[in-house]
Design a protein around this ligand. Structure first.
Ligand code: ADP
Ligand code: MG
Length: 365
């Protein structure tokens, strides 16, 4: 039996397929980027480069230096319900990878043209092109995987019509990549945006010459470095990193909740809570309940009606959280969620009370 997240890509059995939250995985460019970034993280990447043209529909590219795939696995990975991450329905309760349904790549391939170039460390790599039919051929590439999606929703007019402005769609993509860059300071992220061909005259859209680097992070593992990449020196300089562990109880069972991240000084405020970044077991998604807990942890330190800038990452045993409640896994059902929220609130409060906030203001740049 292969360990979760490693080994061969294989089809799931029918029982497992029936028990996973089915639904539309890909409704906008953001969804594609999230799925591809999660695959890169599951593959153990230490560097992830995201390139977006326009609103993401002309071209999206995610390049990683993870463990890659063999030729056989690469060919199978684009089929429906094939995954290397889940053995059977029982594994669903203990899943520790971000992916597990084997639906992302086939859903993306159904919504656009997908090209995957991968190498698992062998002498040569593999290219899989899915454009109506599937073509598999050898390709040169160092270890890792690049997935390129072109002409997203070109043949799905309803999906295309439901997209917001190009600017708004790109903002969503950018926010999604930021979320992961902040949740995983140990991984170096970069986001490059290129103008779509229609926005400018002449030249290829994807040759990279007109690319603008929106942000990049160092991958040092330090939350302050990640914040420096995504935000700026002002926010990173006026902040404190923290980590704490608390025990929560439910039904006679206890579990350790680990809370860590970065809290900006209460003088760095925003009008809305969008700058409170939350993650649960490495899955970065905005949780209103956890955002509220973070804001409550700041308590009186915040001016009325203002929200902080913070990155808060929560880890707890896999069977204490169910990620299988939402088709795109953007929600989590936490066992003993009130106790977990209290742990977050108290961790934030304690971290702020021990941090020397005046001094952190003086060293602000
Ligand atoms: P899931 O992530 O739910 O398993 P996907 O359709 O996203 O399903 O991917 C299918 C399989 O393809 C994964 O289980 C994994 O084995 C392989 N795979 C996808 N992306 C990558 C990547 N960037 N690096 C290595 N393997 C990958
Ligand atoms: Mg996946």
């Amino acid at each position: 039996e292969a360990e979760a997240g490693t080994g061969r890509v294989r089809p799931l059995d029918e029982e497992t397929v029936a028990s996973i939250a089915a639904g539309e995985v890909v409704t906008r460019p953001e969804d594609v980027v999230v799925e591809l970034v999660e695959n890169a993280l599951d593959a153990g990447a230490s560097r992830i480069e995201v390139t977006v043209v326009g609103d993401g529909t002309p071209l999206l590219r995610v390049r990683d230096d993870g463990r890659g795939m063999s030729e056989a696995d690469a060919a199978r990975a684009v089929d429906r319900h094939t995954t290397s991450k889940l053995g059977d329905a029982d594994d669903l309760r203990t899943v520790s990878t971000l992916g597990f349904r084997g639906e992302a790549l086939p859903s993306i391939a159904a919504a656009g043209t997908l090209e995957l170039v991968t190498n698992d460390g062998g002498a040569r790599g593999t290219r899989v092109l899915v454009d109506g039919e599937k073509r598999v051929e050898p390709a040169g590439r160092a270890r890792g995987t690049t997935v390129e999606v072109r002409d997203l929703f070109a043949e799905m007019p309803a999906r295309r019509r439901s997209l917001a402005s190009s600017r708004a769609e790109f903002a969503r993509v950018s926010d999604a990549v930021s979320r992961y860059a902040l949740a995983r300071p140990d991984v170096a992220f970069s986001l490059v945006h290129e103008a779509a061909e229609a926005d400018e005259s002449g030249g290829g859209a994807s040759d990279g010459r007109r690319g603008r680097e929106v942000f990049c992070t160092s991958g040092s593992g330090d939350y302050a470095d990640a914040v420096l990449g995504v935000y700026d020196r002002d926010v990173a300089g006026r902040s404190t990193t923290f980590e704490s562990e608390r025990t929560v109880e439910d039904d006679g069972e206890s579990a350790t909740v680990r809370v860590e991240g970065l809290l900006a000084h209460p003088s760095v405020t925003r009008a809305r809570r969008d700058h409170v970044y939350t993650a649960v077991n490495g899955r970065a998604f905005p949780s209103e309940a956890l955002r509220r807990a973070v804001v409550a942890g700041y308590g009186d330190l915040l001016p009325d009606g203002r929200a902080p800038v913070a990155v808060v990452s929560v880890s707890l045993p896999a069977h204490w959280c169910d990620h299988n409640v939402h088709p795109a896994k953007r929600e989590v059902r936490l066992r003993a969620h009130r106790a977990v929220e209290r742990a977050v609130r108290e961790s934030v409060r304690d971290a702020l009370s021990t941090a020397d906030l005046r001094r952190s203001e003086e060293v602000a740049m």
